[in-house]
Write a protein that binds this ligand. Structure first.
Ligand SMILES: NC(=O)c1ccc[n+]([C@@H]2O[C@H](COP(=O)([O-])OP(=O)(O)OC[C@H]3O[C@@H](n4cnc5c(N)ncnc54)[C@H](O)[C@@H]3O)[C@@H](O)[C@H]2O)c1
Ligand SMILES: [Zn+2]
Length: 327
């Protein structure tokens, strides 16, 4: 078994995981990489391959991703490609990975050509979530993960949005029962969507990209200076404003979405002045571009997403500019 983890997570949880594998009679080694999205790269992938080669890990072995979305994307892709595919287990330690990255089988690394540009669909055989790991997670990363939880509620489940609104204090305090419920409900929503459209062919899975067209562009433009969820929160605001400008979404709902994002300490205006043109340009290189047209996930109502291909750049520019209006 090869356990792959970033250095921060290894310090916190490496030892108990290695002990647990040893007590199950499994020969396991630990491989680490520096924390952060920059490790989702071909160079770190190659280091994992080198380690697997040294160990002589064959199809009767498996990998374990221990950590956040970076660990599961990178390790999952190594597992997808090593010897044309070996199994892997995911042990998520961030909220982002508990509710999103560890489910659905998307694995991969970033490339100069774009974020998550090189990858494969490869599902883990096991996802073992320990919500207690959230206790050591910085508050900023908890909020970042909550962006995906709110995304799931917004595209699928109005009652779940209400649940977030009613339980904000408990959620931010990481109250164990509430976090378990939050994780289960999110896994259920993502699992359902992925089951009907595993490879993003029918448009169902594309709904999970709500807020991600502009979110990824901002993430890329800031060179990952913002957390993924923070960039997605800004991207969701742009999608909400576009929905409103298109007379799809009522103003009351737009305000409600803005308030709940703020309540969980996510940004709804840019924390630094965005280069509007550079960001709009980047939305064109996103993987969600189909036959030259960007695919926009907009909202008609909470829980009622629609996909549009005809959102013109001038409107996007106007709404990205609005993120800079901090006054
Ligand atoms: N494959 C998918 O479907 C999918 C879905 C969503 C996100 N992602 C990817 O996931 C990544 C973001 O995930 P992330 O936010 O988990 O990032 P991450 O893996 O970089 O973790 C964030 C930070 O938290 C630290 N950390 C992790 N667990 C901790 C803990 N329990 N206590 C203290 N610190 C801890 C890490 O060391 C890191 O510095 C992005 O690359 C994104 O593209 C993939
Ligand atoms: Zn995301």
């Amino acid at each position: 078994v090869l356990v792959c983890s970033d250095e921060t997570v290894r310090e916190l949880y490496g030892e108990p995981v290695m002990r647990s594998l040893a007590s199950a009679g499994l020969g396991a080694e630990l491989h680490t990489f520096p924390p952060g999205d920059a490790s989702k790269c071909l160079d770190q992938l190659n280091r994992i391959y080198r380690k697997l080669g040294q160990m002589g890990l064959a199809r009767d072995g498996f990998l374990v991703a221990l950590g956040g979305g970076v660990a599961s994307d990178l390790t999952g892709f190594a597992a997808a490609t090593w010897m044309r595919g070996v199994p892997y287990a995911s042990c998520p330690t961030t909220l982002e990975a508990d509710i999103d990255a560890s489910i659905g089988g998307k694995t991969g690394v970033n490339h100069a050509a774009g974020k998550n540009m090189v990858g494969a669909f490869h599902h883990p055989d096991l996802v073992a979530v320990d919500p207690e790991c959230l206790q050591t997670l910085p508050a900023r990363d908890v909020s970042s993960g909550l962006a995906e939880s709110l995304k799931h509620a917004l595209i699928r489940d109005p009652e779940f949005l209400l649940w977030h609104e009613q339980n904000v204090a408990d959620i931010l305090a990481l109250e164990p029962d509430k976090m378990t419920e939050l994780i289960e409900r999110n896994q259920h929503i993502k699992g359902q969507i992925v089951q009907v459209d595993e490879q993003e062919r029918t448009g169902q899975r594309a709904l999970l990209n709500f807020g991600h067209t502009v979110g990824h562009a901002i993430e890329d433009w800031t060179s990952y200076g913002l957390r993924h969820g923070e960039a997605v929160a800004l991207g969701m605001m742009v999608a909400v404003w576009i929905s409103q400008a298109r007379n799809l979404l009522h103003e009351t709902q737009a305000h409600r979405i803005e308030s709940v994002l703020q309540a969980v300490n996510l940004p709804v205006r840019a924390p630094l002045t965005l280069d509007v043109d550079a960001i709009v340009d980047r939305t064109h290189s996103d993987k969600k571009v189909r036959r030259g047209q960007r695919r926009w996930v907009l909202l008609e109502d909470i829980g009622r997403p629609v996909i549009r291909h005809d959102v013109e750049d001038s409107l996007v520019r106007e709404m990205v500019r609005r993120l800079n209006d901090t006054g």
